[in-house]
Write a protein that binds this ligand. Structure first.
Ligand code: ADP
Ligand code: MG
Length: 749
């Protein structure tokens, strides 16, 4: 029996955990057949039922007349079906056509690929239809409208459930089951005290559940949504705040020496007795490597970079391990900041690790790290007075066995200062002499567990000796603040909100027609003639890297003998050996190659300031974030740059994407559009399972105050009751919704 089931009710009402133990079958009129249909919608318990919220509401007070509806506008009509015709289109699609009449006029309603509508809506049925009025062959029509069978419901606001009507469950039926479930549950236990509810202007839980399913008014429904959305966010915030508290309690951090030489050495003065930080007096100090590195760069840091380096420096010098997120748009210069952090570890004779989610990204980070560190050296312990370069290594699954063994040895002995790699860094054979700083790129592609897996490599697996490295998480795909608080709630956040000076925003053109496309190729020729360079990103093709590669090869020949004849064209794809890739990139950098035809391997890290044009083929098949990343490969100098997005027949969604890219170069704004289009899942990722609890709360801007309120409540609740041991119902709830796996920290405390 799960712990949740042991505490079915609280003295002050029914808990959600209790509802999770009642099979939906116990609702009157839910027989085997209904229960099966519900199971198909993942509704097994009464809790599932009452948290299956309406998808939308129909405000019957705003009902229209068929006669009075206006073309192109969304309207709602209550009408009776007077005729039904079912047939197939010439393409073989099911087509159901209804004539519906509301007494003022007749409207044609057409459904594609919904053959079951014929059975759902026989002549004589009365239903609500909600859709956009259009004209088809002179007739007024709705295509695939929202339909609700009215039944005997009389409310002014009618909830529409995302039920599968196909499965034979009508909205009104669903509403009745929910009503019964809530009636039988009686008053619900409310984990939020009246004082908090007052302060945050939230209704109580019982009221909220009743109103979300059967609101008196739209305002009523909105109050219910706010409360229930708050609960979703509170559960997540409790989990992340708790997680953070546990991390800090068990932490044994490193007090790195940071800043100019011979300064900041009196760390003993602020020694925090609570934390057993690793700092022995005779630790090596190779001097201010990060400072030397920065002053050797051919450019000054931006103010934002300076701020970030300072914030990170404070974390590194402090007794607690850093858990910080570095957010910055494409081209904002995150790599330099990350390197400053890694070099602080090297300064103290420790090691740094940089983990990337893909081999290509890891390889490219490796190349840029190596290039940036060129010339930087540390004292060589083997040779008196001698110095050696900072040792950087690459570890991916492509690293050959011999080299890998050597590398493992170098990491164990400390001969390798900085390792760049993929998940390959997480394997058991990888042990560090002394891991000081970890940087994880594109964190949202990793799960929390993987972040932890690298973190624990600071300690000896057998003895637990050692210290926890400082962790910096970077994301190149900007995440709106609100979402960041949910997804990365346990991290501090630093934003690089500034691009290096002298960058001109890339002008982006969506080439919709063959003429536009010709203009794109013309621009490529002009720019090359002016001494600049261009990228052509090949269409995404289904299949393996091999298939991608061969399609890129074909595309290159097509361009060579077509629109780009006479130009020196190179080819880059994932199937090339690392050395060949480097060779191609080097030729492109030097200008021997003028146009680089590439797969998305150039998405990240590639850095050639002379590149001023990018042409993305079949751009409608890429996501917003990916196009934004790709586009970041141009506009890397003061020269004006262009990005042409080819795509002539995009879907409506792709149109929104391409238009957004044309309009904006602001990664945060684009991230919001993406969120709007694709929902929260894109950001939350599949690994972050518990996040699926967000049914009502939105990570978009609108719910930001709610996220912040939830954070405040979580912190206050946990300050008074760290392990939630005095609020068992709330603890159960977090476990129940956030998931046992993610709520692990509840049990550890
Ligand atoms: P991203 O944040 O996208 O990872 P990078 O770290 O790859 O950005 O930096 C983009 C480019 O800008 C690189 O060529 C880098 O060398 C350069 N760069 C970084 N910081 C500055 C700066 N302060 N001034 C000028 N160029 C910079
Ligand atoms: Mg980068």
């Amino acid at each position: 029996m799960s712990p949740a089931a042991r505490r079915p009710t609280a003295p002050d009402g029914t808990t959600l955990a209790h509802l999770a133990t009642i099979p939906v079958r116990q609702i009157n009129r839910v027989g085997d057949k209904r229960a099966e249909a519900l199971a198909a919608l993942d509704i097994d318990t009464v809790l599932d039922l009452v948290t299956h919220y309406p998808r939308r509401y129909i405000d019957r007070t705003r009902q229209a007349d068929v006669a009075g509806m206006r073309m192109g506008e969304e309207s709602l009509v209550l009408a009776r079906v007077v005729a039904v015709r079912s047939r197939r289109t010439r393409q073989g699609r099911a087509l159901v056509e209804l004539d519906v009449d509301d007494g003022t006029g007749v409207l044609r309603v057409t459904f594609f690929n919904q053959a079951w509508r014929g059975r759902q809506l026989p002549a004589g049925t009365e239903a609500v239809f909600f859709g956009k009025l259009e004209s088809y062959r002179g007739k007024r029509q709705f295509t695939n409208p929202v339909v609700d069978l009215v039944g005997n419901r009389t409310g002014r606001i009618v909830p529409i459930y995302p039920t599968s009507e196909k499965a034979g469950i009508a909205g009104w039926e669903f509403g009745e089951w929910v009503e019964e479930a809530l009636r039988r549950s009686g008053s619900l236990h409310d984990p939020l005290t009246p004082a908090w509810r007052d302060e945050l202007d939230l209704v109580d839980r019982t009221t909220a559940f009743a109103a979300i399913h059967a609101p008196e008014s739209i305002a009523d429904k909105e109050r219910a949504r706010r409360r229930l959305a708050f609960d979703e966010l509170l559960r997540l915030q409790l989990e992340v705040v708790m997680r953070r508290q546990v991390l800090e309690r068990d932490a044994r951090g490193i007090r790195h020496v940071v800043g100019p030489d011979h300064a900041g050495h009196d760390h003993d003065a602020d020694h925090d007795a609570d934390h057993d930080a690793d700092h022995d007096a005779d630790r090596v100090d190779h001097g201010d490597l990060a400072g030397t590195f920065v002053s050797g760069l051919p450019f000054p840091l931006t103010d934002a970079q300076r701020r970030a380096v300072a914030e990170i420096g404070e974390d590194l010098a402090g007794p607690l391990p850093m858990h910080r997120l570095l957010q910055g748009d494409v081209g904002s210069g995150k790599t330099v900041v990350a390197l400053c952090a890694l070099l602080v570890a090297v300064r103290g004779g420790r090691q740094g690790a940089l983990m990337a989610p893909t081999e290509v990204l890891a390889e490219q980070h490796f190349l840029s790290v190596r290039a940036l560190l060129d010339g930087l050296s540390v004292p060589d312990s083997g040779r008196l007075e001698g110095r050696r370069p900072v040792a950087v290594a690459l570890l991916t699954n492509r690293t050959g066995a011999g080299e890998r063994a050597k590398l493992h040895e170098g990491l164990r002995s400390g001969a390798v200062d900085i390792v760049v790699g993929t998940h390959a860094l997480l394997t058991d054979e990888v042990r560090f002499a002394s891991l000081g700083v970890v940087v994880i790129d594109e964190q949202h592609r990793f799960g929390v567990e993987q972040r932890d897996a690298l973190r624990v490599k600071g300690r000896d697996a057998a003895t637990g000796e050692g210290a926890d490295p400082d962790v910096l998480v970077m994301t190149a795909t900007p995440i709106p603040r609100t979402a960041a608080m949910v997804v990365f709630g346990d991290l501090d956040v630093t934003e690089l909100d500034e691009l290096p000076a002298g960058r001109t925003p890339v002008r982006t053109v969506w080439a919709r027609t063959p003429t536009d496309e010709d203009a794109a190729w013309q621009l490529v020729r002009d720019e090359v003639a002016a001494g600049n360079r261009a990228y052509v990103v090949c269409p995404l093709v289904e299949g393996s890297e091999r298939v991608q590669a061969s399609s890129a090869t074909q595309e290159r020949s097509r361009l060579e003998s077509g629109p780009l004849a006479g130009l020196r064209i190179g080819l880059l794809h994932g199937q090339l050996k690392a050395a060949d890739k480097e060779g191609v990139m080097e030729s492109f950098r030097r200008g021997e190659i003028q146009v680089l035809v590439a797969t998305t391997v150039i998405e990240v890290g590639v850095d050639v300031p002379e590149a001023t044009v990018m042409v993305v083929e079949d751009a409608d098949r890429f996501g917003i974030a990916q196009l934004h990343q790709l586009r970041g490969r141009v506009g890397r100098s003061a020269r004006p740059s262009w990005c042409y997005l080819l795509g002539s027949a995009p879907s409506p969604e792709a149109t929104v994407r391409l238009e957004a890219l044309e309009r904006s170069t602001d990664g945060f704004e684009l991230a919001d559009v993406d969120l709007e289009l694709r929902g929260e899942g894109t950001i939350l990722g599949t690994r972050q399972k518990g996040r699926s609890d967000l049914k009502l709360a939105s990570l978009r801007r609108g719910d930001r105050p709610l996220v912040e309120a939830a954070r405040r409540v979580a912190e206050s609740v946990l300050a008074a009751d760290p392990g939630l041991s005095h609020s068992p119902q709330l603890a159960d709830e977090v476990r129940l919704f956030v998931g046992e796996e993610e709520a692990l920290y509840l049990f550890k405390s």
